[in-house]
Design a protein around this ligand. Structure first.
Ligand code: G3D
Ligand code: MG
Length: 185
């Protein structure tokens, strides 16, 4: 059986300190670094994943280009053409210990859609390891995502919980959207 190949550009979105860089690091290197490193502008990292073909048969090898973006709003607006051009999927991250980080995703979404059009989104509700500090309960999150008609994943970059799943789900969802888009008619 042949393995098909695909490429895609994924962008992280979300306010400063929600855990974007930590999630990318966890996914790429499977590690969590407690030292804070400021991402200047944007950093692009690559990883290849093999996922099931969305339409049943075989596997697809997907080269992911993951854009980790600095959370400062002024920078986002300044650089959004460069950041979001050609984005095919958005990993929108909020921090479950800060409620406002979920509402703030609206601005991120419209900023990205102005450049890349409507693309699949997954919401990552991050820092679920901080159980005692959780301010966003799952019902609130569920309703928010229902409004957006997008899935969500509860993640922890610290423990690694669901991080791999979130990126893989995103890759699978984007592939599906690309295949639908590629169909004639
Ligand atoms: P950003 O890239 O979105 O700005 P970072 O966010 O990845 O830099 O993370 C911001 C802070 O949150 C860092 O802490 C980081 O260690 C912490 N963090 C990220 N993800 C998690 C998580 O899942 N659980 C917990 N407990 N902490 C997390 P510091 O203290 O270095 O500022
Ligand atoms: Mg960062």
């Amino acid at each position: 059986m042949t393995t098909e190949k695909a490429k895609m550009k994924l962008c992280l979105a979300g306010e400063a300190a929600v855990g974007k860089t930590s999630l990318v690091r966890r996914f790429i290197y499977d590690q969590f670094d407690d030292k804070y490193t400021v991402t200047l502008g944007a950093k692009v990292v690559k990883k290849t994943v093999t996922v099931d073909h969305p339409e049943g048969e075989g596997k697809i090898e997907v080269d992911l280009a993951i854009w980790d973006i600095m959370g400062e709003k002024f920078l986002r607006e300044l650089l959004r053409e460069a950041y979001f051009y050609g984005a095919q999927g958005i990993l929108a991250v909020c921090d479950v210990t800060r409620s406002d980080t979920m509402a703030d995703l609206k601005e991120w979404r419209s900023s990205i859609e102005r450049v890349a059009g409507e693309v699949p989104i997954i919401i990552l509700a991050n820092k679920v390891d901080l159980k005692d500090e959780t301010m966003i309960d799952e019902e609130t999150l569920r309703l928010f995502c229902e409004g957006w008609q997008c899935p969500y994943v509860l993640t922890s970059a610290k423990t690694g919980e669901n991080v791999e799943n979130a990126f893989r789900d995103m890759a699978g969802t984007v592939l599906k959207s690309l295949l639908v888009g590629a169909k004639p008619g």
